[in-house]
Design a protein around this ligand. Structure first.
Ligand code: SF4
Ligand code: SF4
Length: 434
């Protein structure tokens, strides 16, 4: 095995591989990995494409085939869901390696037009995303959407048609525009909460943020919503670490000033990104320390409610059959899986039905549903089939990106079912929203 050399693409690029395979006592791991197929049988992408990825990617990596890796579409086909890591006997984090590879490619070739426009131009600025939200809302409510669909014009532009299908329907005003009516002073509060209202919650799913804030206040929490731009998660996934760091620095500054007991997020992507800020500042001791302090306060909304607010409060009966989809960033990023289920099961009248492969990626994966439409649709179809088998009428999940993707999948199949965050169902049962 000594003949096999890993050509480091960049210092630290394959550190994970080096740590797990190149140390003197671990070289047998190279042989093991070259003959193993476990990750390929636990990968949603391979499940619909049957091409033995990601193990082929691992093989290329081990053999140092830099040119091949840079040209390999798998680098962009991977949803970075982390399913493979859970079953890899060596715990190799392929999603992290893929993200690093994307960064290397971007660094070598420069960012493409889509990245500059979508990630840096829009996602980095909530005000601009709000304009996008307003345009989507106008498009939907003015009848333009109905007319375009009826006319069949969109059929000539398949990619645009697919993107249009994913856009949410019936948008409510942004969360920030409603804050003066929602936020209130809570005297003798139990916790001071800094609520991280991410881009998708603020712009596309303000009803999730509204339900969360009203419920938290109802349970004695003082909630504040600092002005932020983006958690940086989409940029990190796309391999734009420079922008991810810039956004992280701003968020650290803003939230640490607030002296909150906890920083809560309803979005799996935001929550896991915030929790992992330290990794962005490996070589900056001062920032790393701040990120560590910050990370200790980050909690997923379901977990916060279950761990700190649970009691036998009077909840109204909601007769609903509910199932739950685990967002990748919540299940594998923050390792929160039991709390959303516990929360749902505690609501009187809710009949909870577990879905097959509930923690399998839905194919949303941030912008993946826009950029890798074919793969995304195939992965989504598997999820929707599993949902139909449960017979549930509500598909609960804890990530706005998953909500958008799952809603589009249900619409495409003509299935009338609600996609909701568990807190929306809880808030309804407690009477704080209707
Ligand atoms: S991160 Fe997900 S999509 Fe990517 S290789 Fe692993 S299992 Fe497959
Ligand atoms: S599961 Fe792990 S050890 Fe097996 S091929 Fe994949 S990366 Fe290598």
């Amino acid at each position: 095995m000594d003949a096999i050399k890993i050509n480091r693409l960049d210092p630290g690029f394959c550190k994970e591989i080096e740590d797990k395979m190149l140390q003197e006592d671990k070289k047998a791991n190279i042989n093991y990995c070259l003959s193993c197929t476990t990750c390929a049988t636990n990968c949603p992408f391979n499940d619909v494409h049957s091409n033995m990825y990601p193990r082929i990617f691992m093989r290329k990596l081990i053999l140092g085939m830099k040119e091949d890796i840079f040209k390999d579409p798998f680098v962009w086909n991977c949803t970075a869901c982390g399913c493979c890591t859970m079953t890899c006997p060596m715990g190799i984090n392929i999603a992290a390696i893929v993200r690093t590879t994307r960064g290397e490619i971007n660094y070598a070739k420069g960012f493409d037009f889509f990245h500059k426009l979508f990630y840096r131009g829009i996602l980095s600025h909530q005000e601009r995303l709000k304009i996008v939200g307003a345009l989507v809302s106008f498009y939907d409510r003015s009848g333009a959407r109905w007319m375009l669909r009826k006319s069949g014009v969109l059929n000539a532009f398949e990619k645009i048609k697919n993107m249009e299908n994913i856009l949410p329907l019936g948008l409510k005003p942004s969360l920030r525009s409603q804050l003066s009516k929602i936020l209130k002073q809570v005297d003798q509060h139990k916790f001071k909460i800094g609520y991280f209202a991410g881009c998708a919650t603020n712009t596309f799913f303000s009803e999730i943020g509204k339900a969360a804030i009203l419920y938290l206040q109802h349970r004695g929490c003082q909630v504040e919503i600092p002005e932020i731009q983006c958690c940086g998660g989409p940029h990190r996934s796309a391999g734009d670490l420079q922008e991810a760091k810039r956004l992280a620095k701003d968020n650290l500054e803003i939230f640490l000033k607030g002296e909150f007991d906890y920083i809560i997020s309803d979005c799996a992507t935001c929550g896991s990104t915030l929790k992992e800020y330290q990794a962005l500042f490996k070589n900056d001791h001062a920032m790393k320390k701040k990120a560590q302090q910050f990370s200790e306060k980050i909690l997923d909304l379901n977990k916060f409610i279950v761990d700190f607010l649970y009691c036998d409060e009077n909840l109204n009966i909601l007769n609903k059959k509910v199932t739950y989809h685990d967002p990748c960033h919540l299940a594998r990023g923050l390792e929160v899986t039991k709390e959303p289920r516990e929360l749902l099961k505690s609501i009187p009248g809710v009949q909870f039905i577990e879905m097959k492969d509930a923690d399998w990626c839905c194919g949303g994966a941030g912008s993946y549903c826009f950029t890798q439409q074919e793969m995304s649709a195939k992965i989504l179809a598997v999820k929707i089939t599993n949902f139909i088998e449960t017979g549930a009428e509500v598909l609960a999940t804890s990530c706005p990106a998953c909500t958008m993707q799952l809603s589009a999948g249900l619409r495409k199949k003509g299935i009338k079912a609600d996609v909701k965050h568990p807190v929306q169902i809880l808030a309804e049962s407690s009477g704080v929203i209707r």
